[in-house]
Design a protein around this ligand. Structure first.
Ligand SMILES: [Zn+2]
Length: 114
């Protein structure tokens, strides 16, 4: 799980212009398209593990399929989710990012996402 989030984070960073500037590997369109497809596949799978309606304390978190726990570092998912929300225009990524953000600040969040 941690590796997936790290790769997704690095992938999203590659679009910031800092990592890809002048690097022929990252300017390859077919590689970029493959990476975007992979990111979308991983994030879509990740979203199947996002908790909703099980218990208010769990909402927004991601239930680990390996150990059936919610690990920390939910915040690491926000960047790839926001990237895909921007890239695809699909509101499911934006909503998931919002719910994940609320999961980070579970005890102080007063927004209407719950
Ligand atoms: Zn686990």
């Amino acid at each position: 799980m941690r590796n997936i989030l790290f790769v997704a984070f690095v992938f999203a960073l590659s679009f910031s212009g800092r990592v890809c500037a002048g690097n022929p590997v990252y300017s390859d369109k077919s590689l970029r398209n493959d990476a975007e497809k992979l990111l979308m596949e991983w994030v879509d799978t990740l979203l199947t593990y996002q908790c909703e309606g099980l218990h208010p304390a769990l909402d927004g978190g991601f239930l680990c399929p390996a150990c059936a726990r919610i690990h920390g570092r939910i915040g690491d998912t926000v960047l790839p989710l926001m990237y895909l929300a921007d890239k695809t225009g699909d509101d499911k990524y934006l909503l998931a990012a919002k719910e994940a953000s609320c999961g980070i600040f579970k005890f102080s969040c007063k927004c209407s996402c719950r």
